[in-house]
Design a protein around this ligand. Structure first.
Ligand code: PEP
Length: 247
């Protein structure tokens, strides 16, 4: 399966640095075609500028969250329809930082996935256990529960990707062992059977301290169909190096 390398800029990037990063990646993508899909998820304030900066390149644009409704009296929120209108093809949903910072529940995330689907966006659903949960031997139970609770019933394989992001690996420089990632991804693939048609066509991404130095090994693991990259996606050379290992 063609891999997806997604960059989650989080709450980083003022106009000048965001534009420089997007332009540099677009320049590289124009000069050297990649064999993977490359997605940039800047903060909402930069969506339009980044869209214009990467226009004509194969780089895709995504949001980092959306509301459950497409419009209405929800001050400060952005809807899936608005993301689509701004040029997005994807939206990250259920990231652990939103689950923690904004107390997002599986039920809320499920409603957001439905909104993303209805707006024609591909949802990147994040699941993953804490260190405490892994130490207690509950990693598989946790991702099963999150998947069951946050994946709507009527999803097509092309409308969703699942990102396995162990909370303890995000921004820490630590990653699970390859065998641990393989186990969770095989488990997720099995759990998708019966939930939607063509479960083998759903991209399963790994996220958590993916860097140029470990990307090749991580992307070679069975059932790892791409990466969700945080910190390293803010440095053009690093994100590009990761993308090349995914090609
Ligand atoms: C993330 O937040 O989705 C992430 C994977 O971050 P990092 O790559 O910095 O660990």
């Amino acid at each position: 399966m063609r891999k997806l390398i997604a960059g989650n800029w989080k709450m980083n990037g003022l106009r000048a640095d965001g534009l420089a990063l997007a332009r540099e990646l677009a320049r590289r993508a124009a000069a050297t075609p990649l064999a993977c899909d490359l997605l940039l998820c800047p903060p909402a304030t930069l969506l339009a500028a980044v869209r214009d900066a990467v226009a004509g390149s194969p780089l895709q644009l995504g949001g980092q969250d959306c509301h459950t409704r497409q419009h209405g009296a929800h001050t400060g929120d952005v809807s899936a329809a608005m993301l689509r209108d701004a040029g997005c093809s994807h939206v990250i949903l259920g990231h652990s930082e939103r689950r923690i910072d904004h107390h997002e529940t599986d039920a809320l995330i499920r409603a957001k996935l439905a909104a993303a689907r209805d707006a024609g966006l591909v949802a990147i659903l994040c699941v993953g256990e804490t260190a405490q949960e892994r130490d207690a031997g509950r990693a598989l139970d946790i991702v099963s529960r999150q998947l069951a609770g946050s994946l709507p019933d009527e999803m097509s394989a092309g409308a969703v990707a699942i990102a396995y992001e162990p909370v303890w690996a995000i921004g820490t420089g630590r990653t699970p062992k390859a065998a641990e990632i393989a186990q969770v991804h095989a488990h997720l693939r099995a759990e998708l059977k019966g939930r939607l048609a063509a479960p083998e066509a759903v991209r399963l991404l790994y996220g958590g301290s993916v860097k140029p130095g470990n990307a090749r090994e991580l992307l070679a693991i069975a059932n790892v169909d791409g990466a969700l990259v945080g910190g390293a996606s803010l440095v053009a050379a690093d994100f590009w190096a990761i993308a090349q290992t995914g090609s």
